[in-house]
Each structure stands twice: as C-alpha cells, then as structure tokens.
Ligand binder design. Structure first.
Ligand code: PEP
Ligand code: MG
Length: 378
C-alpha cells in the first residue's frame, strides 16, 4: 500500500483507519476522522448497491460505442466475485500465482486442472491466460537467482524461452484444459524483441501439432502480446501483424518509460500512469494495432481507475481489463458519456505538459457528468 516505517508493534491496542485507496494509515484518529471514514464507507456501499443494476447492461456510451470490460484474476478464490459482476470474460489471468504459492513447479496435471476450472467457469466468454511472468518482484523460492536489477533481468518470456520445456508444458496444459471449449486465449508477457514473438509462436505451434498428433481435438487458441516494454511500443505494428490481439501492461510500461520502480515507495511520487509520455505511448500503441487490424486492450491498474475511463475510451481501446471490484464503476462512467466527447477530450489532454493538469482536467470532467463522488472513491 506504500506505507513506510510503520511496525506492527506501533499498532498494538490502537484504533486504526486504513485508507487503501490513498495508502494512508491513521493511528488513534480523532472522532472527526472516524466520522468522515464511516461516511465514505457508507457512500461506497450505497454506490456498490446502485451499480449492481448495471450488471447485465453493456458498457455503451450515449452515442452507441461499446467497449468490452474484462476482469484480471490470478486466484481461483476470486471466481465468485468475478462471475458476479457480469464481465465479458477474463482479460488477464496471471498464471504465475499458483507457481508462486507452492514450493515446487506445479505438474502439468495440476496446471491443467486449474486452467480448466477457469475456462469452464467463464465459457463461452473468453479467458486470456498469460504465460508465466515470474521474475522481477515475483520470484518463486525454487527458481531464485540473485540479480542486481531484477526488473531488467530474467523475467516473463525471457525465462520461458530459456526453458522451452517449461513453456511447452504450460501451453500444452492450457490447450489440454481447453478440450471441449473454444474460449482460451494465450498472451505473452514482457516481449521486447520481435524474435521472441516468433520463437514463442513456433513453440505454441509445436505444442498444438503434438496434441493433434495424439488424436486430441483442440482449437488453436488466439495468441496475443503484452506491450509493456518501451521497445515493444515502437514495434507494435510488426508485432500486431503476427498475432490476434494486443494488450497494454500499463503497470510495467509506466515503470519502464519513467524509469521508476513500481514498488519503491521512495520514488512512488514519480510513478504516474497519467504522465504525458505514458499517454503518448497508449495512443501510439492503439493506432498502430488498429492499423494492423488487431484489437487492443489494456490490463494494467489504470484500466480500473474511474478517472482514466474517459481517457482510455477516447484513445480507442477496444477493451479494458481490471480487478472485478472496479468493473461496474467503470461501466457506470462509460455509460454516462459520449465517445465523440471522449475523443476530443483526449486531443486536448495530449497537449498538457504534466500528469497533475491531466488529472485535474479529468476530475473536472467527472464532476461535469455528475460523477464527482467517484473521485474520492476510486
Ligand atoms: C502490467 O504490467 O500492467 C500488467 C498487467 O502485468 P503485471 O502487473 O502482472 O506485471
Ligand atoms: Mg507486467
């Protein structure tokens, strides 16, 4: 949550308010603070109740433009909530979660069971499974290798291509899990070189052909690439031409564009998804993916930020993927505004020099469409 220098012993016998949205902790707060947080909690409950009525309605703007809304998940325990918000499917399944929570590599049978559960729960809606994205801050003990710069080191697709046997095992498990379903999509993380796409596609084809030769009837899944490394931004067109979809990983893309560690609270004030360079990158990716005739999604945290909804809509993302708890709020915002307006707003925002003014302008917009309350509850 970005709270530093607070040891558990300081919490002993204290009344504590945790503001997870802002990363603030209040120890023994005054009555005024407690009253204010009780009011906010109540408002949030009310908002959530109102939002439930949107569950079955499309995320459609007032001028008839529709965006698909997907959820991000990694835990099977998320499934209940994920299904209850009426998502169009899973836009990002972080497959590394079961790998991180065990003390050895999950077997191919274990993997297949986990993947099938998800495909079954969401069928016929699509489930985008990202291949293993360990490394950086997500290193299982059994694969731990000390690195000076883990975020610039052995991560994501780099690990998979150095260990094709593990990659093959994973994509085979996904494909075996998909027998009888047609909703599996596979997504490749941390691509920085076009050759990595080629190599991964070759391995996926080998896995698929092998399974067909075993007599199994398996539909070749759609394949996508995450754009989350600056080098890939400038290769979006070439990459998009090779695959079926593109998805922007804005958490990593922001960290790499701004050279700010996404987990270091000392520089947290410099990490900002609304930095003009990040917005320029989004625009470039969307335009290039569309030029290649491929749909483009965004699955970083910004996709679930109500303040960003108009921005991402106006940039032209075809789908947004976010934590299930955010989905109905985003749908609410999208249903209040017009696509034309969001597009012209983006043209204006692109001329702004820093994140603070971009945020300010977006806040004014939310207020103008009567959603000012969301700014506190995002
Ligand atoms: C991202 O980088 O934006 C992303 C969605 O992936 P992760 O947060 O798992 O790195
Ligand atoms: Mg990422």
């Amino acid at each position: 949550m970005g709270v530093d220098g607070l040891s558990p012993s300081q919490l002993e016998s204290k009344t504590v308010v945790v503001d997870g949205y802002y990363g603030h902790v209040y120890l023994d707060p005054s009555d005024i603070i407690i009253r204010e947080f009780n009011r906010l909690t109540h408002e949030e409950h009310q908002l959530n109740e109102e939002l439930k009525s949107l569950r079955t309605l499309p995320a459609e703007t007032t001028d008839g433009h529709t965006v698909s809304l997907f959820i991000n998940t990694g835990f099977s325990s998320d499934l209940g909530l994920s299904l209850s918000v009426g998502a169009d499917g899973v836009g990002l399944y972080r497959t590394e979660v079961p790998f991180l929570s065990r003390d050895m590599f999950p077997s191919s049978t274990e993997q297949k069971i986990i993947y099938r559960q998800l495909l079954n729960a969401f069928s016929p809606r699509s489930v985008t499974m990202r291949t293993l994205d360990i490394g950086g801050d997500k290193v299982p003990d059994y694969l731990s290798v000390p690195e000076e710069n883990p975020f610039l080191g052995w991560r994501g697709i780099r690990v998979s291509l150095d260990h094709p046997e593990l990659f093959l095992m994973q994509v085979r498990a996904m494909m075996r899990a998909s027998i009888g379903y047609t909703n599996l999509k596979i997504m490749l993380p941390m691509i920085s070189h076009v050759t990595q796409v080629d190599d991964a596609l070759d391995l996926i084809t080998i896995a698929h052909t092998g399974l067909l030769e075993e007599g199994l009837s398996i539909t070749m899944p759609q394949i996508g690439v995450m754009i989350e490394v600056p080098a890939a931004v400038y290769q979006t067109y070439v990459i998009a031409k090779k695959v079926n979809f593109i998805s922007v990983g804005s958490n990593d893309l922001t960290q790499y564009l701004l050279a700010v560690d996404r987990n270091n609270s000392r520089v947290a004030n410099l990490y900002d998804n609304f930095h003009p360079a990040v917005l320029q990158a989004f625009v470039h990716i969307v335009n290039e993916a569309h030029r290649a005739g491929v749909p483009v999604s965004i699955c970083g945290e910004i996709a679930g930020d109500a303040l960003a909804a108009l921005l991402l809509l106006g940039i032209g993302f075809d789908s947004l993927s976010m934590s299930a708890s955010k989905l109905l709020r985003i749908k609410w915002v999208i249903r209040q505004c017009s696509f034309q307006h969001a597009k012209s707003l983006v043209q204006e925002l692109l001329t702004f020099p820093n994140a603070a003014v971009i945020r300010q302008r977006l806040e004014t917009e939310l207020q103008a469409i009567g959603l000012g309350g969301l700014i506190r509850i995002v």
